[in-house]
Design a protein around this ligand. Structure first.
Ligand code: AMP
Ligand code: MG
Length: 407
């Protein structure tokens, strides 16, 4: 059986970024740029005032106080009509272009309008060029302002808008199909009959997909028969990645691996050494365009499904979306209570962290009372998984353990 690290490596090796697409700027948030972006403007496009104030010839203010003849007012969006010469001043608003001849701006707070219409300015600490941003101080036309491979955040959207990119080439949002399997499953709105339970994994996996920024394609429930599985899986293979839950263990109706094989999905691995999540299945469907579609068969138990998604599917989606394969977000925390771990597989046990400042600084973690992989209720209180290595061992309170945050 593969270790978690070996299995992760295989997934990483099999998944590549989707081919880039040109999208309108409004659809670029959360995507990764697939081209370097150059500015088509100087920014600022002209020397501009950073404050509301008076544009002056700096030499006029050598004594710190001066009275100047008022020329005109220039607000943002307007352009000056007269030059500023010694003895004169133009009232200028933040962002407006500087009048020619002026080489400093005195803030409006340091001015007085005299009854004769002249302007008295007092600024003993004035400096040449103060309160002016020079043309192209931020960027020049032709400058590369963003590399390819940059995650588009709201700030990046703003910069793209500033440099005139109403459309941009990005790695598109992956479409991820979610398919629950099982004869026992009914929809959340239904009351389960004898032998039935609600499909919690379908909505949970769709929500996990959304959290990654990908688009879930919800395929509902397939029954544990070949025909039902074949139809729904075929639909799922039309998307960028297919996530199934259930039907990958050793039961008589665990038909998922064989139906996947029938549909041309090649197994890369089945079963890994971890708890929960041992039956995890992963494969690839080669397609005509040469782009393989990754397929994950997650174990049906809700916590197994949740944990396998966090560990394996989340980084795969990131890589499809053009992001770097994320490092496993692990760190050390101090056990708050003794814990006895038994078993031959590394175990991911739900825990809750708290910041400690009394006695020591750092994070402490409490292992939650958990009933196993069917117990989703306890996971609602968890904010991390405590990673216990394989082997029987009694841990004492105060020992350091590995934790992996999740939300
Ligand atoms: P399986 O992996 O299909 O053998 O399922 C393992 C356990 O998970 C069984 O108890 C199933 O009833 C349960 N299970 C399977 N699929 C789901 C689902 N979509 N939602 C909730 N529980 C499920
Ligand atoms: Mg099943």
């Amino acid at each position: 059986m593969l270790t978690v690290a070996e299995a992760l490596q295989k997934v990483q090796d099999c998944v590549t970024a989707l081919p880039p697409l040109v999208v309108p700027l409004e659809q670029a948030l959360g995507r990764v740029t697939a081209e370097a972006i150059a500015s088509d403007v100087d920014s600022p496009p002209y020397d501009k005032s950073m404050v509301d104030g008076y544009a002056i010839c700096y030499a006029d203010l050598k004594d710190g106080v001066v009275e100047l003849r008022f020329l005109e007012e220039v607000t943002a969006g307007e352009v000056p009509t007269v030059d500023v010469a010694s003895g004169t001043t133009t009232r200028i608003m933040t962002g407006a272009p500087m009048p020619a001849g002026a080489d400093a701006v005195v803030m409006v707070e340091r001015s007085t309008e005299l009854t004769n219409g002249a302007i008295r300015l007092e600024d003993h600490k004035a400096k040449l060029g103060q309160n002016i941003v020079r043309r192209a101080a931020v960027m020049s036309r032709g400058d590369e302002v963003l590399p390819a491979g940059k995650l588009v955040t709201p700030t990046v959207v703003g910069l793209l808008a500033e440099v005139g990119r109403a459309e941009v080439r990005v790695v598109p949002r992956p479409r991820v199909a979610v398919l629950a399997t099982g004869n026992e499953l009914v929809e959340p709105r239904e009351k389960p009959g004898p032998g039935q339970i609600r499909n919690s994994n379908g909505p949970m996996l769709a929500a996990q997909v959304m959290r990654t920024g990908a688009e879930p394609v919800v395929l509902g429930i397939a029954r544990d028969d070949r025909e039902s599985l074949r139809t729904k899986i075929a639909a799922g293979l039309e998307t960028d990645l297919l996530v199934l839950s259930g039907g990958v263990s050793a039961g008589v109706l665990d038909l998922v691996p064989s139906v996947l094989a029938e549909l041309g999905v090649r197994e890369v691995f089945h079963k890994i050494s971890m708890k929960p999540g041992k039956p995890l299945w992963f494969g690839l469907r080669e397609s005509a365009d040469g782009r393989p579609t990754p397929v994950f068969g997650l174990p049906g138990n809700p916590v197994s499904s949740l944990v396998c998604f966090e560990l394996f599917v989340r980084p795969a989606i990131a890589q499809l979306a053009g992001l770097e394969w994320p490092d496993e977000p692990r760190h050390l925390a101090t056990l708050l209570e003794p814990f006895s771990h038994r078993g031959d597989r590394p175990t991911f046990w739900p825990g809750r962290r708290e910041e400690r400042t009394c006695g020591f600084f750092g994070q402490a973690v409490e292992p939650l009372r958990w009933q196993g992989s069917g117990d989703l209720r306890t996971l609602v209180d968890a904010d991390c998984l405590i990673c216990f290595p394989a082997g029987d061992r009694a841990y004492v309170a105060g020992e350091e353990v590995d934790v992996r945050p999740f939300c």
